[in-house]
Design a protein around this ligand. Structure first.
Ligand code: MN
Length: 331
């Protein structure tokens, strides 16, 4: 697959790299590492993201390669620039969000590079996917490493390492393979600092966010002998802490830390006044089945749903559904 991908890149001179909207460390890391490789090979390569590069990923882009998408400004004619348009870390064109309209218009060859387990990608001229890879950065690493003997450019090594960290949850998840650790060891030997990378990616909370976590954890609820644990956050809670909805990110991981918990939940009020749940399962309980009952979805171990209903009533209904599912999945 990677030889085919290398041939694809060889055939093109102006390559536009994009990733899914709200880009993450893997999509950005893979884009920057690949751009460094392409530029070194004399190619013209650009990266356009939407809506913008998150603040905690800016350290990956010391050269300022990443352009935030401006559909009515600098990027009005983006569709006509490339001869190859590459989507990285996704294999469904609509996941490009605001970039999708330009993608549809372009006469460039369209391709995707991805590691997600999906149906056969549609809407591309060529697909480069490998669901056995832990991260898109793993695919880029496998492409570039045999072609660059000795030292890697520091920008490339840092971007590859950050991508591996992002998609393995800092080498915690089940995709933390021996191969990923060997690649990480190589990148650390090239000069990447693991602690600095972790700090830059994750240790970025604001006081408002931590106050919100404290307030939420103060209301921790335990049900079913501690097998189901949840916290809930109202708009009034956000206001009291000076926090925003983005500050809810990762809060659901807190009740999940409890010993004996099978299912953890975060309930919250959305900006438009709906009730939302994020559910996480340790391993055995299918929380996707629970969320489907409320019109939501996701993965078996991580799912969510939103309903037009008062928060308290929704909590009671989800609680009952989680109990049913625990009975079904844990004998
Ligand atoms: Mn990824």
């Amino acid at each position: 697959m990677l030889d085919r991908f290398a041939t694809f890149l060889d055939r093109h001179d102006r390559i536009l790299l994009t990733t899914h909207e709200n880009p993450d460390g893997d999509g950005v890391g893979a884009s920057i590492a690949l751009t460094a490789h392409l530029k070194a090979g004399g190619k013209d390569a650009r990266i356009v993201v939407t809506p913008a590069l998150p603040e905690n990923l800016q350290f990956l882009d010391p050269m300022g390669w990443i352009e935030p998408f401006e559909p009515t400004g600098a990027h009005q004619d983006l569709a006509s620039w490339p001869d190859a348009w590459l989507l990285i870390d996704a294999s469904e064109p609509h996941r490009m969000g605001a970039l999708f309209a330009a993608f549809e218009r372009t006469k460039a060859d369209r391709a995707c590079l991805d590691h997600h387990l999906k149906d056969a990608p549609k809407g591309f001229d060529e697909e480069f996917t490998d669901p056995t890879a832990s991260a898109s950065t793993e695919l880029v690493y496998d492409l570039v490493r045999p072609r660059i003997g000795g030292e890697l450019p520091p920008v490339m090594a840092q971007a590859l390492y950050a991508g591996l960290v992002s998609d393995t949850g800092n080498f915690r998840h089940s995709n933390s393979t021996p191969k990923i650790h060997i690649a990480a060891a190589d990148l650390i030997a090239q000069g990447v600092h693991p602690a600095r990378t972790f700090n830059a990616l994750y240790q970025t909370a604001t006081p408002s966010k931590l106050k919100l976590f404290g307030r939420a954890m103060g209301g921790l609820q335990l049900k079913d002998d501690g097998r189901f644990a949840y916290v809930s956050v109202t708009k009034a809670d956000l206001a009291a802490c000076g926090a925003s909805h983005e500050d809810l990110d990762e809060l659901v991981e807190e009740p999940r830390k409890l010993k004996g918990v099978e299912v953890a939940a975060l309930f919250s009020e959305t900006e438009d006044g709906r009730a939302k749940v994020s559910l996480r399962s340790r391993e055995r309980v299918d929380v996707n089945a629970v969320c489907r009952r409320f019109g939501g979805g996701g993965h078996r171990l991580a799912s969510g749903a939103k309903v037009s209903q008062p928060l308290e009533a929704f909590i009671a209904e989800v609680e009952a559904a989680v109990m049913d599912q625990i009975r079904l999945d844990i004998v």
